[in-house]
Design a protein around this ligand. Structure first.
Ligand code: ADP
Ligand code: MG
Length: 978
């Protein structure tokens, strides 16, 4: 197995305050920098902690050890900020125990306590694991508190031993992987959010390309920023004007009186790269690019500028952003109306949808906390916004109109976490094939037809609506009313029988439960209501009902435990509209919020949805169409159901050898840089890492071997039979091509089958797979697919020849929880076949759940896994056996703008990445600290659970360096600050 090598070029990563550091292997060329770090940039005390003494030669010896020509080389990584080496971590496997490596760490004094050490060790852990290192060992002086804290906070188990003023630590790298992964993710989220502060909490903004021309985008944005009371400095940049719309204009970014945190580029596409570079040179930390239609070259240059200068980027093709926090009050978008301040976070991909949404929310009276028009999403994505809102301390409702959320691998974890704390609503855009054609970013959504898309959104806790109107209607309910209980029993009450029936129909169609009310409730209602009223469900009060009686009925119904939500539909009648007899006053005179959600349906109102203001000043949503009210209630019920399910941990297979699997995947991709299908042997090796129950197979190249294999395996097979499968690279459906022969018994049948293969496939056949014949059972299919929106999905369905015919499948976001495992099985239409029924015993469900858990783990372990397909998986009461498995790997990431090769592959111009954050308290600390330093550096594309963000460029080698002889005595190791 080839050694996986850490890239010698830089990987960008974020420090805790959002500053970008470049992490790369230290090589011979870095001798001077390493010497400088240890000799000049560390105080005497830091050196004492680092070297356990004050030897003058220690820095030189370290530089020689890390950068000299000697072998064996240590694994040494450096962190660079703005070209300056700020820290170094290395580990050197012990000669006699290669699984143990002695760790050393040094951080420049000026960079201590900023997460440099932690970041370096995260990367080193990953690189060391890949080299087969199983534990780090290190020694430190007992008073080296910074490094002791670093180890304590790392998230890995640490075993300590005190020895004469020294602490000796052993850090096993394989134990507690889940806990470590969470710790790494959390650090990543903190850094990501900090990096967004320049964009979403700027203190100074420049509008570049602010034009004197009335009606131009630049001028419109400038006027909006000024008109809506931005609290920070605002500067206009225009090389040809002294003044723009009354503001003094500056010739260039470089001539501004200060450095803006954020620059809004309102220049034409061709001028974007130059302006971005100028901003970067001036120290701008975030860009909003309004121009659309950048060509591939301009896109590449823009990405390079952002990457080089650590700027976060919104757009291109953005309508702008708005931050309505009173401390900022920035409205830098060119939509028609001013955004209303409030608590809903809004992110849209399309500017047009943004304008519609902002307008509707403002009319309704739901204000916005922050608004971002993401446009072409080169960098900042929906995932970024979700994690920002989760921590900004203001947002309590998230509204998204996105074709995708950002890094699909991060999507499921981010969404599942954020939706616990606030409702996240989205419009499921691109449901239809025609819609997907329109959504340029979508190529392959075939894996997720609408029905499963809904299920997947639900699994992530996201409320997926089918239109903007439905989104706004549902937001109106969730923003003003309590959630119903998960049971979701709805009662309808109306002053007109026919209207009540329509509302009842709408509720039933929305999947709500409208049972007959309990006899006691019915009796009490009839007591209150006029003659001729009906009190089952819907309740018909008749038009003769007065406000007082109606109010009593509403109180009664909202008070009874039998009902979880109430829909009150009122039409105006000549009997009392407008005056004190108006039945609507029954609603308005009461409190807006009751024990259960209450919605009004006023069929004669003009607006599709609006708020009624109640006596207590609270708001109650009123809909024109009962179907809109019913759908909003159904969404609220679904959210309640989702919240009622306790968050369960990811299902972990009994055993999984993730490190070996990662090795195998990387080794394959080293040989196949473009990716491809694994051959039968590689497939078995990989699936074995997850204990997936593959049948025994023997790979044979000639007749003699085939006969031998068949004789051996036939004995294991059902009725002593064996199976032959012809193999050639990249084959798809073997049986359709006549490459599968089952039920072969005896030498003659096997020989005949083999000779037919030879005759038929000739030279193209690379060999034959021989298997024992499996006992008959229920043929299932299980596998992993990658979805552009949702990331890796685990699928289960009916397999074999029935696969396409019956199209009975379920899919769930990976990682699957324990609960997902069972709902996947019960969610199949053919579940009774698995669960057993009279005459058919249950299949081995425990084994099936283990397979699903293994697939989920494989999907989350391997970002390179493009698809895996176990078909069929033959299920019987006594066990489960897969007789055909296929796995395809792809290099990743599909598009990473920080990677030159990927940028060179533009378009498609889509950047995906990122992932979420940490408790609110922390946010404010990070925000304050980073703002005060004006060091809000962006970004690193963090992958969900692979701590070491690395760009995999096959062939990148480790520089050869290091020298055992010059190495400090064992134990002279860890130091510096964290
Ligand atoms: P492909 O899916 O490429 O056509 P498979 O290896 O899945 O090829 O074989 C096709 C069908 O042959 C399976 O669905 C299964 O019904 C049957 N089959 C294949 N291998 C075995 C086996 N070892 N034991 C029993 N049946 C098998
Ligand atoms: Mg098959």
């Amino acid at each position: 197995m080839p050694t996986v090598q850490y890239p010698s070029h830089a990987v960008e990563a974020l420090l805790a305050d959002g500053t970008t550091a470049a992490i790369r292997a230290i090589g011979p060329a870095d001798h001077a920098a390493v010497l400088d770090l240890h000799a000049e940039r560390m105080s005497e005390d830091s050196r004492r902690l680092r070297f356990f003494g004050t030897s003058r030669r220690a820095p030189q010896m370290t530089a020689d050890r890390l950068c000299g020509p000697q072998r064996p080389e240590p694994l040494a990584l450096g962190a660079w900020v703005d070209g300056e080496l700020v820290g170094e971590a290395d580990c050197e496997p012990a000669e006699d125990r290669p699984e143990a490596a002695e760790l050393a760490l040094a951080v420049a004094d000026a960079w201590q306590h900023r997460g440099v050490g932690t970041l370096l060790i995260e990367h080193l852990v990953h690189a060391a694991r890949e080299r087969g290192v199983r534990r780090f060992e290190a020694a430190m002086l007992a008073d080296n508190l910074a490094v002791r804290r670093l180890f304590a906070d790392l998230g890995l188990p640490v075993h300590r031993r005190f020895e004469r003023g020294e602490v000796r630590v052993v850090v096993p790298l394989e134990e507690g992987a889940e806990h470590y992964r969470e710790a790494v993710e959390q650090r990543g989220r903190t850094a990501d959010v900090a990096s967004l502060a320049a964009l979403l909490f700027p203190r100074a903004v420049a509008v570049v390309g602010a034009s004197r021309r009335v009606g131009s985008v630049g001028q419109a944005v400038l006027l909006k920023v000024r008109g809506n009371g931005f609290t920070g400095d605002l500067w206009a940049v225009n090389p040809y004007a002294q003044q723009v719309a009354g503001e003094p204009a500056y010739q260039s970014i470089a001539t501004l009186p200060g450095t803006p945190d954020l620059a809004v580029l309102a220049v034409p596409a061709e001028a974007v790269p130059g302006a971005a570079e100028e901003c970067g040179l001036a120290g701008v930390r975030a860009l909003v690019v309004l121009a659309a239609g950048l060509d591939a070259d301009e896109a590449r240059q823009l990405m390079h500028a952002c990457r080089r200068h650590s700027m976060r980027l919104v757009g291109p093709n953005s309508l702008g952003i708005a931050q309505l926090d009173p401390a900022v009050r920035l409205d830098a978008e060119f939509g028609g109306a001013a955004a209303l301040p409030g608590t809903a976070g809004v992110a849209v991909q399309s500017g047009g949808v943004g304008i519609a949404l902002l307008g509707q929310l403002a009319r309704l009276g739901i204000g916005v906390s922050s608004f971002v028009s993401l446009g072409d999403k080169y960098d900042v994505s929906g995932n970024d916004l979700l994690q920002w809102w989760e921590e900004d301390g203001r947002t309590d409702l998230a509204l998204l109109h996105l074709e995708s959320f950002g890094n699909p691998r991060a999507f499921s974890r981010t969404a599942r976490r954020v939706t616990r704390g606030m409702p996240v609503l989205t419009v499921d855009a691109g449901r239809s094939a025609a819609g997907r054609r329109g959504a340029a970013s979508h190529t392959a959504a075939a894996a997720t037809p609408t029905v499963t898309r809904e299920a997947l959104f639900r699994q992530a806790g996201i409320t997926a609506t089918r239109s903007i109107a439905e989104l706004v209607g549902t937001a109106a309910l969730l923003h003003s009313q309590p959630l119903p209980t998960a049971r979701g029993v709805v009662a309808v009450i109306s002053n007109a029988g026919g209207i009540g029936i329509l509302a009842a129909d709408a509720c039933a169609e929305a999947g709500l439960d409208l049972p007959v009310l309990p006899a006691s409730t019915t009796a009490e209602l009839l007591e209150l209501l006029p003659e001729g009223a009906g009190a089952s469900n819907p309740v018909d009060t008749t038009a003769a009902v007065g406000p007082a009686e109606l109010a009593c009925c509403i109180d009664l119904m909202t008070g009874t435990r039998a009902i979880d939500a109430l829909l009150v539909s009122i039409v105006p009648t000549a009997l009392g509209t407008g005056g004190e007899h108006d039945p609507l006053s029954a609603l308005l005179d009461g409190p807006a919020r009751r024990r259960i959600p209450v919605v009004a349906v006023l069929p004669d109102q003009e607006a599709p949805v609006r708020y009624l203001t109640c006596a207590d000043g609270g708001r109650l949503p009123a809909y024109a169409d009962p179907a809109a009210a019913a759908r909003a209630l159904a969404h609220a019920r679904d959210r309640a159901r989702w919240l009622a399910e306790p968050p369960t941990a990811a299902a972990v297979p009994d055993t999984a050898d993730s490190a070996v699997a990662q090795h195998l995947a990387q080794a394959f991709l080293a040989d196949h840089p473009q990716g491809g299908w694994l051959d039968p042997k590689q497939t078995v090796d990989l699936l074995d890492c997850y204990d997936l129950p593959l049948t025994t197979s023997i790979w044979a190249r000639d007749e003699h071997d085939v006969l031998l294999a068949a004789r051996t395996l036939g004995q294991l097979g059902h009725e002593g039979k064996s199976v032959l499968k012809a193999y050639w690279p990249d084959q798809l459906h073997k049986s359709a091509a006549g490459a599968v022969r089952t039920g072969l018994s005896g030498v003659d049948e096997v020989r005949a089958a083999y000779r037919e293969f030879e005759a038929h496939f000739g030279e193209s056949m690379a060999g034959v797979v021989v298997q024992p014949m499996a006992a008959p059972g229920l043929e299932l299919l299980a596998g992993v697919v990658q979805d552009q929106v949702f990331g890796p999905l685990v699928m289960l369905g009916l397999g074999g020849t029935a696969t396409d015919l019956l199209d009975d499948r379920t899919a769930r976001l990976a990682p699957l929880t324990e609960r997902d495992l069972t709902t996947m099985v019960t969610g199949l239409r053919s579940a009774p076949l698995l669960l057993g029924r009279p005459g058919t015993p249950q299949v081995d469900l425990a084994a099936l759940l283990r397979v699903l858990a293994g697939l989920s783990r494989m999907a989350t372990d391997l970002p390179q896994l493009a698809e895996a397909d176990l078909n069929p998986l033959i299920a019987r009461p006594g066990g489960l056996l897969c007789v055909d498995a296929r796995v395809r790997l792809e290099p990743r990431p599909a598009f990473d703008p920080t990677c030159d090769d990927c940028v060179a592959r533009l378009p498609p111009l889509r950047s995906e990445c990122h992932e979420p954050q940490r408790p609110r308290r922390h946010f404010h600390r990070v925000l304050r600290r980073s703002r005060s330093r004006r060091s809000l550096r962006p970004r690193q594309r963090r992958d969900v659970h692979e701590p070491t963000r690395r760009r995999s460029h096959p062939g990148d080698g480790l520089p050869h360096h290091g020298d055992r002889d010059h190495r400090l005595p064992p134990g002279r190791a860890a130091s510096g600050g964290a």
